[in-house]
Design a protein around this ligand. Structure first.
Ligand SMILES: NC(=O)C1=CN([C@@H]2O[C@H](COP(=O)(O)OP(=O)(O)OC[C@H]3O[C@@H](n4cnc5c(N)ncnc54)[C@H](O)[C@@H]3O)[C@@H](O)[C@H]2O)[C@@H](O)CC1
Ligand SMILES: Nc1ncnc2c1ncn2[C@@H]1O[C@H](COP(=O)(O)OP(=O)(O)O)[C@@H](O)[C@H]1O
Ligand SMILES: [K+]
Length: 451
């Protein structure tokens, strides 16, 4: 964002021009929400406050009743211009009274804990029953990390200015933002190394497809039968032409359409038609499990590593492996354990996921309410999924979907991205209060949304 702003200003557009575009764009949203009701705008000393004065002036000229509260005067140069253009009254110490309150205290310039008069104002806002709009980011949020640095009201709407910031997609900040919308201010933001994932297009099988050409996925089972079976149920509905369970014991609970191969693993893996593998759900963590994992990695096929496989993985196991074909799907606990294994000191989820990718070369899909996907090409963030996903086994379903997509086309980044969207859509279709079995079955109707 900062680089894009600088480039735009170097190209001859002034900061004041950008601020007017931002303020006017945001004011359109505020007016629609307010529908003629009174509005309070909270203005800080920097350019986020400057946006607030522009918004307030647009509203005032449109005949709205506007109250501006600014604990201290504008100090940033462009914010002072905006302040001078505002024709209404500004009070330093007020209580919000509008039906809509617009928070422009701080944006991406927040550098420390919000305290004193600013902190008190945010506490008042938190306690006040009104429609709350955050401009750019909620004011007590670090826009790079999503860390909370002060009183954090729950907003109904957050209007990102010019470009998304990382904090829009990171917990805990993201949970406070309500609906998120982007206000365009004419910046060229195409060349950034991170992007918000957009809904994928999934191609149906080509007319000359057959089951192997569509992709043969082998799911390697271990000590516990339940988890791989959930992955199977999801994988069978996510595109692969053939799903096999490689197990060393019978599975009477398996659905009729599933092929269970009970040969020893080396023999089962010798099938050259296998196009992708999934290992980890229900694998166990003992010596036998480690040997099974090593055999899978020795295949050098596109592979999803989840659950127990993430605890067994270590630098030695990766020695003669083509890491570019591997996807890891850790939740926060598994990510922490991987960081210990690979000696990564980073603290935040984003830094950990990036470091894990940088050190190992594998594609990392760090799950959770704020899912982050890191690969060579890019870091991707996702719109928030249903909180009903917080139930046991949903990770196995996700792993099954990633693996199924990987069996279809063999591209780790694309498989992970498609899988997150399918998982979220399946949860939406199954909501609320679904069981994990419902979720796996909903993968089938979810596919329809992306064809
Ligand atoms: N630069 C540009 O081209 C544009 C910037 N825009 C706006 O400008 C914002 C960034 O503006 P700034 O960089 O001026 O920064 P902010 O307005 O976010 O805040 C920085 C100001 O707040 C003070 N401050 C920081 N943390 C504080 C704390 N905890 N307690 C008290 N004071 C604190 C700083 O000393 C500084 O005066 C964006 O978020 C966006 O809203 C938009 O107008 C679009 C164009
Ligand atoms: N609060 C939440 N909001 C959105 N998605 C969530 C939430 N909690 C969990 N999820 C998703 O649910 C899945 C949980 O996976 P995981 O933790 O591996 O569970 P399990 O090991 O029981 O299968 C992940 O895809 C994660 O992104
Ligand atoms: K703000």
């Amino acid at each position: 964002m900062r680089a894009a702003e600088r480039a735009t200003m170097d190209g001859g557009t002034s900061e004041w021009e950008l601020m007017q575009r931002a303020g006017q764009g945001a004011a359109q949203w505020v007016m629609r929400v307010a529908g003629g009701r009174p509005v309070t705008v909270l203005c800080g000393p920097g350019n986020n406050g400057g946006d607030g004065y522009v918004i307030a002036e647009v509203l005032r000229r449109d005949g709205h009743e506007v109250q501006v509260i600014a604990p201290i005067e504008a100090t940033a140069k462009t914010a002072r211009i905006a302040r001078a253009h505002f024709g209404g009254e500004v009070v330093a110490d007020g209580t919000p009274r509008g039906a809509v309150v617009v928070d422009c205290l701080f944006g991406y310039g927040l550098t420390r804990q919000v305290e004193g008069s600013f902190g008190k104002l945010l506490e008042k806002l938190d306690a006040y029953d009104c429609y709350k709009i955050a401009i750019d980011v909620p004011s007590a949020v670090d826009s790079d990390t999503g860390t909370v640095l002060g009183p954090l009201p729950r907003y109904d709407l957050t209007l990102a200015l010019g470009a998304w910031k990382q904090g829009h997609f990171l917990m805990p900040a993201m949970a406070s933002m309500g609906a998120k919308r982007l206000v365009s201010i004419g910046l060229d933001i195409r060349s950034t190394s991170f992007a918000v994932s957009t809904s994928p297009h999934i191609a149906p099988p080509p007319s000359d497809a057959h089951k192997y050409r569509r992709g043969l996925l082998a799911i390697v089972a271990g000590a516990m039968p339940g988890a791989p079976m959930l992955a199977v149920e999801a994988a069978m509905r996510a595109g692969a032409g053939y799903v096999k369970l490689l197990s060393e014991r019978p599975h009477p609970e398996a659905p009729a359409e599933l092929v269970v191969e009970q040969d020893d693993l080396a023999a089962a893996l010798s099938d050259e038609r296998i196009s992708a593998l999934l290992v980890g759900p229900g694998l166990g963590r003992d010596d036998t499990a480690r040997k099974r994992l090593a055999r899978v990695l020795a295949k050098r096929k596109p592979t999803v590593l989840d659950a127990d496989a993430l605890h067994l993985l270590g630098p030695r196991l990766l020695d003669s492996v083509d890491v570019a074909t591997l996807c890891l799907t850790p939740h926060e606990g598994e990510l922490a354990s991987l960081c210990e294994t690979f000696d990564i000191a980073a603290e935040s989820k984003l830094e950990r996921a990036r470091a894990l990718h940088d050190i190992t070369g594998m594609t990392v899909l760090a799950k959770g309410p704020d899912t982050i996907l890191v690969s060579d090409a890019t870091t991707r963030f996702f719109p928030q999924g249903s909180s009903w996903l917080s139930t046991a086994g949903t990770g196995d379903v996700l792993a099954g979907i990633v693996a199924s997509r990987l069996a279809v086309h063999g591209e780790p980044l694309r498989a992970c991205e498609e899988a997150v969207w399918l998982h979220h859509e399946a949860a939406r279709l199954a909501s609320p209060a679904f069981s994990v079995g419902d979720l796996a079955r909903s993968v089938k109707p979810a596919m329809a949304a992306f064809l």
